[in-house]
Design a protein around this ligand. Structure first.
Ligand SMILES: C[C@H](CCC[C@@H](C)[C@H]1CC[C@H]2[C@@H]3[C@H](O)C[C@@H]4C[C@H](O)CC[C@]4(C)[C@H]3C[C@H](O)[C@]12C)C(=O)SCCNC(=O)CCNC(=O)[C@H](O)C(C)(C)COP(=O)(O)OP(=O)(O)OC[C@H]1O[C@@H](n2cnc3c(N)ncnc32)[C@H](O)[C@@H]1OP(=O)(O)O
Length: 382
């Protein structure tokens, strides 16, 4: 796999950093998640392929163990508020001195500088600060965040993983590590570059929810079907729009021009009425194989069995029977091989990882009895 041999230490976080770590693990990196001790509960649902070490970083001995892990690693991924790592004596100045090849990735909401740098926040706040949230929502309604997809995952976890891969690539030339300051505000904004750079086209001149691509246009929206499901319509170009009209059984001559914005409300009413006359399956049968750009709106439970996704193997079932998306993109020679086993328990790999990183058995036992580390091997659970 592309990232085989890359050793990553990920400090346990909420959602974006776990996703970043999972991407790296999916593509072959050996990711160790460092969890808290004292019966901490994991909220990491993105733990595929990771190992877990439970380590108390509030204790200087725990900090020393952590430093030893970082000396032998390629990447450190930390998701804490600005200043937290420095307070523990684990800032980049300390760790890069000990391991100049270390890639020190800091994934935060607001970045490492600026007046918000130390503020708590979540996806919706970062999205708001990126400018994008102001554009998201229906006409005459308040802004709506599209789940926590844009800042946490696209602008956060994915962008940070990209930064790490870039830094690894650069390190192969320079031999040096570096610090990555991944701000979810900036990552989200960057993902939204199209919005800034397409303003000159007039694509966003109308209020929120009244533009062509934000549900303003009737040919770029969803429609309810007779069985309470939905179809997605994205028939922008005239040749594709013609196929939409044909599939709906409408006659062009009876309809206003596609780009007559003042007629969009009437056109939407027509589409709404027609879509409501057939089931999703019936519409899918009509539009499949055409260029009308009309697809069923599938639920998470349905995507796996759609013939197109099945053919490509776009979703896979792990050993627990849980279905997840296959890692993307697909590389022809060194594709990702996502782990099919269950997620790790907190501290499940403490002992084996410390051994791997050169700790003696006696040292491990000492750390264990001092409560610096916790071990939770599966054997002990039986
Ligand atoms: C919208 C998303 C977030 C969605 C997440 C939800 C899915 C989950 C959030 C809460 C979960 C529920 C909850 O946990 C209760 C249940 C638990 C149960 O197990 C499951 C069900 C639950 C209901 C559970 C269900 C779900 O999982 C949840 C609902 C986001 O937007 S995520 C993006 C958030 N933002 C960032 O990541 C930006 C950067 N980070 C930050 O700004 C801050 O970290 C943050 C997120 C604001 C949190 O701030 P906080 O004050 O808590 O922490 P920090 O200031 O960063 O400091 C960290 C402290 O931890 C110490 N520490 C770290 N590691 C160790 C260690 N190994 N040992 C000891 N100590 C450690 C560190 O020293 C810091 O200590 P200090 O505070 O003393 O400095």
């Amino acid at each position: 796999m592309a990232l085989a041999t890359v050793r990553v230490i990920e400090l346990a976080g909420l959602a974006p950093a776990p996703f970043c770590g999972m991407i790296l693990a999916d593509f072959g990196a050996r990711v160790i998640r460092v969890d808290r001790t004292k019966g901490a509960m994991t909220v990491d649902t993105q733990a595929r392929g990771k190992r877990s070490v439970a380590l108390n970083l509030k204790d200087p001995k725990g900090v020393a163990v952590f430093r030893r892990l970082c000396v032998q690693s390629d990447v450190l991924l930390e998701p804490y508020r600005k200043g937290v790592m420095e307070k523990m004596g684990l800032g980049p100045a300390d760790l890069l001195k000990e391991n100049p090849r270390l890639i020190y990735a800091r994934l935060t909401g607001y970045g490492q500088s600026g007046s918000y740098a130390k503020a708590a926040g979540h996806d919706i706040n970062y999205l708001a600060m990126s400018g994008l949230l102001s554009m998201l929502g229906r006409s005459s309604e308040k802004p709506y965040a599209p789940l926590n997809l844009v800042a946490d995952f696209a602008g956060g976890g994915l962008t940070c993983a990209f930064g790490i891969v870039l830094a690894l690539l650069e390190r192969s030339r320079s031999g040096q590590g570096q610090i990555i300051d991944a701000s979810m505000v900036e990552g989200a904004a960057y993902v939204g570059s199209f919005m800034w750079k397409s303003r000159s086209l007039g694509l966003w001149n109308c209020p929120r929810g009244e533009n062509m691509l934000d549900s303003g246009a009737p040919f770029y929206d969803t429609y309810r079907t007779s069985d309470g499901k939905y179809m997605a319509v994205g028939a922008i170009e005239p040749q594709f729009y013609q196929q939409l009209i044909k599939g709906l059984g409408l006659a062009d001559a009876d309809l206003p021009a596609q780009m007559s914005v003042s007629d969009w409300p009437q056109l939407r009413q027509t589409f709404t009425r027609v879509f409501a006359t057939k089931t999703q399956a019936e519409w899918s049968q009509i539009f499949d194989g055409t260029d009308a750009c009309v697809t069923p709106v599938l639920s998470l439970d349905e995507v796996h069995s759609h013939p197109h996704n099945q053919t490509r193997g776009s979703f896979f079932k792990d050993s627990q029977g849980e279905i997840s998306p296959r890692p993307a993109p697909v590389l022809s020679r060194s594709p990702a091989e996502p782990c099919h086993s269950r997620d790790p328990f907190i501290g499940e790999h403490t002992r084996s990882v410390l051994k791997e990183y050169g700790f003696e058995q006696a040292q491990i036992e000492q750390l264990l009895s001092a409560g610096i580390i916790e071990c939770n091997e599966v054997k002990a659970r039986l």
